[in-house]
Design a protein around this ligand. Sequence first.
Ligand SMILES: N[C@@H](CCC(=O)N[C@@H](CS)C(=O)NCC(=O)O)C(=O)O
Length: 218
Amino acid sequence: MSQPSPTYRLHYFPESGNSYKLALMLTLCGQTFEPVWTDFGGGVTRTPEWRATVNEMGEIPVLEEDGQRLTQTAPILLQLAARYGLFGGETEAETFEILRWLFWDNHKLTGYMATYRYMRAFTPSADQAVLAFLRKRIDDYLGILNGHLADRPFAIGDRPTIADISMMAYLSFPRHEAGYDLAVSHPAVNAWLLRMAALPGWKAPYDLLPGKRLHCYV
Ligand SMILES: N[C@@H](CCC(=O)N[C@@H](CS)C(=O)NCC(=O)O)C(=O)O
């Protein structure tokens, strides 16, 4: 007999693409979660109390499963994929590919895009030199992804996996925030985002992550 599904609580803030990765995965797996809005803009994740009691790494998101707090989206996505038998690898080679893109996403695409978008859209006087540096890196990564997706529908081939869910997250927010018009600059990425958005149950970031938003400066 299969195990009953845990009760989920997701500590998040609405602008967090990393939180969106988990919210979307749970939703696409037919699961619900209790949203726990977190005052990231107010600095709560930097407090010693929050780090001692919620996440020692000082990061959002945190997923609670029956009260057990889990962090780092990549291993969480892998665990959810295994639990629900959805969006995971079916062979060793597929799992290797999924891991390859998850690591690349965490280090490169999400790593730089999250920082760039946050500075550009949600801080009052972003350092233009830093923004220019980050944007150059992201242009490179989006070019790599665009090339990869030019001749396959999803990251590892013919079906969507957690690698797609991870990589699409920061590219799914409203266009003005990061300031990329992907339909023009990276058409294969844009077509892939549309394929992902057509999955049954798909929801946009701010529809899955409700609550008080950060001030947007762009
Ligand atoms: N690799 C982490 C990244 C998490 C992350 O960087 N979260 C952001 C918010 S979306 C954060 O809390 N940043 C705080 C910081 O970098 O100090 C994951 O996949 O969960």
